[in-house]
Design a protein around this ligand. Sequence first.
Ligand SMILES: Cc1cc2nc3c(=O)[nH]c(=O)nc-3n(C[C@H](O)[C@H](O)[C@H](O)COP(=O)(O)OP(=O)(O)OC[C@H]3O[C@@H](n4cnc5c(N)ncnc54)[C@H](O)[C@@H]3O)c2cc1C
Length: 415
Amino acid sequence: MVTVSRTTVAVVGGGPAGVVLGLLLARAGIAVRVVEKHDDFNRDFRGDTVHASTIRLLDELGLGDRFAALPQSRLDDFSLPMPDGSRLLLGDFSRLRPPYDHVAMVPQWDLLDLLVTAARQEPSFDISMGLAATGTIVENGVVTGVHLRPYRGDGETEELRADVVIACDGRDSVLRTAAGLRPRSFPVPFDTWWFRLPREPGDATTALVPAFSGTDVLLSFPRPDYHQVAYFAPKGSDAALRAEGLGAFRARVARLRPDFAGRVDTIASMDDVHVLDVRMDRLPRWWRSGLLCIGDAAHAMSPAGGVGINLAVQDAVATASVLAPALQRGLRGAALDRTLARVQRRRTPPAVAIQTAQAVLHRVVFERAFAGGLQSGPPKLPVLLARWVPPVRGLYARGIAFGPLPEHAPAWARR
Ligand SMILES: Cc1cc2nc3c(=O)[nH]c(=O)nc-3n(C[C@H](O)[C@H](O)[C@H](O)COP(=O)(O)OP(=O)(O)OC[C@H]3O[C@@H](n4cnc5c(N)ncnc54)[C@H](O)[C@@H]3O)c2cc1C
């Protein structure tokens, strides 16, 4: 039995891109249905850095107070450890104009819940949890909807028809594949292993400082009640790391961060250490007739700089800004497709700029670290600039906080 339903915009994927797009389109009065395969947002770690560009957007949307009330911690700067044990302040967010002078660390599920709660206040918004898109409906070469089925268990399948489908289904996008869009992959030298360690009174919480030891790299993000820790090693080392065993892994962490040595025993097994196969890719073409990919579905980002959520949010704002007026004007067919192409033209430059910067970071930090080259200190030029030209610290911070070409909420979405 197949149920057939209809909406104006079908948004597949309830990550940052999908829920922001759903909220904005609903505020324009456009019928929008977001479809998310999981039953809730409360799943494993998937990034929680909310940068100034997103905090400013939330203020513009009238959600700043609710966001500020979420449990969160803040990063005020990022530094590099020097061989003599000192720290070099590399990026200083306090040089930016308040209140957009920090990066907030907020569990992603809290942010998504906040956005969906706001969207539910709009009559034209609808969200279905626990439903997965399995493919596109194509008629005369145009995507006219998606096939849906329960993500877990059996149940009725559904054909959701829409004027336009937006694929926000992340880096393993099913819809992108179904639409025949193939991303171009870029080499990434590392994978990341995520785990938690308890927070203790007196831990530094507002500074981000990577730790280097031998060829190992580690970064810890303070959450309100624990540290979310990322260990970096050359791509493909997961099997070797697990073969070494838990004791060896704990020892690596303790070597990198002697202040964590007393807590590494809380990593109960290697099952607590989750590997992320880091990928960086980008679609040469983000759309085909009736369908557009945004967020990670269009460009999977490296975790370097922690910008993935924010870029996905910015894509969603750009999409709503061009799509809502087009739909309100009644554009369909080739005219509507041209708006999809406009989104790609508008968002490709920031995606390219950030991925290029990430590729440089991969080379000068990670590849050098894995070759043992960071023992003698970080690369000279950025360090000299940060040390002797203090405004450069503000420039580095601005680049991370806002990125290139940040988007603003359209007037009709503001509250
Ligand atoms: C472990 C990890 C750590 C990260 N750390 C950071 C960080 O600190 N800061 C940062 O900015 N970025 C980080 N990122 C990247 C960031 O999470 C992504 O760039 C960002 O979430 C992309 O948003 P998105 O909405 O495009 O896709 P996603 O967040 O991937 O959302 C896609 C959504 O679509 C759903 N979905 C998938 N397939 C289907 C389907 N067929 N049908 C229905 N729903 C579907 C998924 O369940 C998911 O909810 C991290 C990523 C990972 C994996």
